[in-house]
Design a protein around this ligand. Structure first.
Ligand code: PNW
Length: 490
């Protein structure tokens, strides 16, 4: 019997896989090494140092460009089945275009992929995790319709270079974050404020870019490499504040999860129900002559529909939604409020706060979110591509262990009780890293990174030892002695 009781049903199904994730800008450093091109994150942090809490940046970060062997070793220590990381577009294509492929850039990822392979660890590769080459941004970035072709060209390069060994691909990470999140606030790269317009154009172009990259793989690479491709959506679980707001909560889910999923995963394709109408109405109220929400042509609907091999889901936290009071101050969508729905997003006082303001703990949310996906899009395979918990520094991270334990428990209930086909779980993150506007002040790592040490020494937290034991036992019912840290603390 484990220390959490006998009958918890803590076993994961055979074949269930565990991983951990990072992204290029957040860990690699080496921002100007060799012929690497400049991307929008490099430019943003250098131009706006004060927009990062500790005035830091990702110039060096975890220096994974040089420390990749240690990263592989950590993945092996944890017993990961796979490691999720992202490719830096500008490191591989210094101009953003395939006219020039960087030998050093490709070499770096080959070393990493081969290093993982040598330890029997698969690579789950994100093609784009927010670091757009600057030359593409100067042409409008995600608001230029040609981005779909530029992205497809880049995808062809990486499938060609790495597809023999990489079998799990994610085209883009959290488009709601780099479309809605970025254009509605102007905060973070590329630093363009374009409420009502930018986010929606970006939304449409991301779907087309994803679809082209998926179709390219399907046609030219799947026959020889037999891998699988999807995208990672951040799903913020939204519940009604009280029963009268049930429809509002559903509309908010369609406006978040739906706008980035329905066109791809639903049988009908196209924009999700209700959203186009609401936005059109709001646009007229705001004085636009017509809706700023782009429509899809029939051909585009067909192009995008069905371009998935599984669903990639990032999930962290939940919200409650209610109608806003008149004159109530509303923050921008999606991580503030929902001004276009004239709604306020709050949280339950039963959900513990964390060290980051957007994050309250509601483990039941992940199970409800998974059930919603199944109900919306049918019985598809779902991989959790991110889930994790923030703390300040320190190796004794009991709150993180508690978060993982409770979320994994809910995922087991989802699999066993709700019949949802969840097959992969990715802890975010393998190690502390550049946490965007928080800089290095808040930490998501299973491994702590010493950012004052030029070597960027990594040390396992208690949560790393816990996660390793879950993976080893393929169960949450872990004999109590294996949850104690074995490693010496420094
Ligand atoms: C993700 N929310 O972003 C990103 O994919 C990671 O790069 C990042 O390090 C991680 O979460 C932790 O922040 C999110 O408000 C941003 O729900 C916002 C939310 C969730 C995820």
């Amino acid at each position: 019997a484990g220390c959490y009781g006998k009958d918890l049903g803590g076993q994961f199904p055979p074949g269930f896989k565990f991983g951990a994730g990072t992204s290029s800008y957040q860990v690699e450093g080496a921002w100007n090494v060799s012929d690497k091109g400049v991307n929008i994150l490099d430019k943003f942090v250098h131009d706006h140092p004060t927009s990062i809490k500790d005035l830091s940046n990702g110039d060096v970060a975890c220096d994974s460009y040089h420390n990749w062997e240690r990263d592989v070793e950590m993945a092996a220590e944890l017993g990961l089945d796979y490691y999720r990381f992202s490719l830096s577009w500008s490191r591989i294509l210094p101009t953003g275009f395939p006219n020039k492929i960087s030998k050093d850039g490709v070499k770096y990822y080959n070393k990493l992929i081969n290093g993982l392979q040598a330890k029997g660890i698969e690579a789950m590769v994100t093609i784009y995790h927010w670091d757009l080459p600057l030359p593409l941004q100067e042409l409008g970035g995600w608001t230029n319709p040609l981005i779909a072709d530029w992205f497809e060209d880049y995808a062809r390069v990486v499938y060609t270079q790495f597809g023999d060994r990489v079998k799990l691909w994610l085209t883009v990470n959290e488009p709601i974050s780099f479309c809605d999140g970025s254009y509605n606030t102007g905060v973070g790269a590329p630093g363009v404020l374009s409420p009502d317009v930018g986010a929606y154009i970006c939304n449409k172009h991301v779907l087309l870019a994803h679809a082209k990259a998926w179709r390219l793989y399907d046609k030219e690479f799947r026959p020889k490499f037999n891998g699988r491709v999807s995208l990672a959506n951040n799903l913020l679980w939204i519940e009604p504040y009280s029963e009268e707001y049930t429809d509002l909560a559903e509309l908010a889910l369609q406006n978040s999860a739906g706008r980035y999923s329905h066109p791809i995963f639903s049988e009908a394709g196209g924009w999700p129900p209700g959203v186009e109408e609401v936005i059109a109405k709001v646009c007229l109220e705001k004085g636009y002559p017509r809706s700023t929400f782009p429509s899809f042509s029939k051909e585009e609907i067909e192009l995008v529909k069905g371009t998935y091999d599984y669903y990639g889901m990032n999930h962290y936290t939940s919200r409650l939604i209610r109608e806003a009071h008149p004159d109530e101050k509303l923050l921008p969508w999606p991580y503030g409020d929902a001004p276009d729905l004239k709604a306020k997003m709050t949280v339950s006082d039963k959900w513990p706060a964390t060290v980051v303001p957007w994050f309250y703990v509601n483990p039941k949310g992940i199970r409800k979110q998974l059930a919603w996906l199944k109900q919306q899009y049918g019985d598809l395979e779902i991989m959790i591509t991110e889930n994790g918990f923030p703390t300040y520094h320190g190796l004794n991270d009991t709150a993180r262990i508690d978060y993982y334990k409770k979320n994994l428990k809910q995922i087991l209930l989802s699999i066993n009780k709700d019949g949802v086909n969840v097959t992969h779980y990715t802890a975010w993150s393998l190690m502390d890293n550049f946490e965007w506007a928080d800089g290095y002040t808040t930490k998501f790592g299973l491994y702590e990174v010493d950012f004052n040490d030029p070597k960027r020494t990594r040390t396992p937290r208690e949560s790393a030892i816990y996660y390793a034991s879950v993976i080893k036992n393929r169960s949450l019912d872990i004999p109590s002695n294996t949850t104690k840290p074995k490693q010496k603390q420094k």
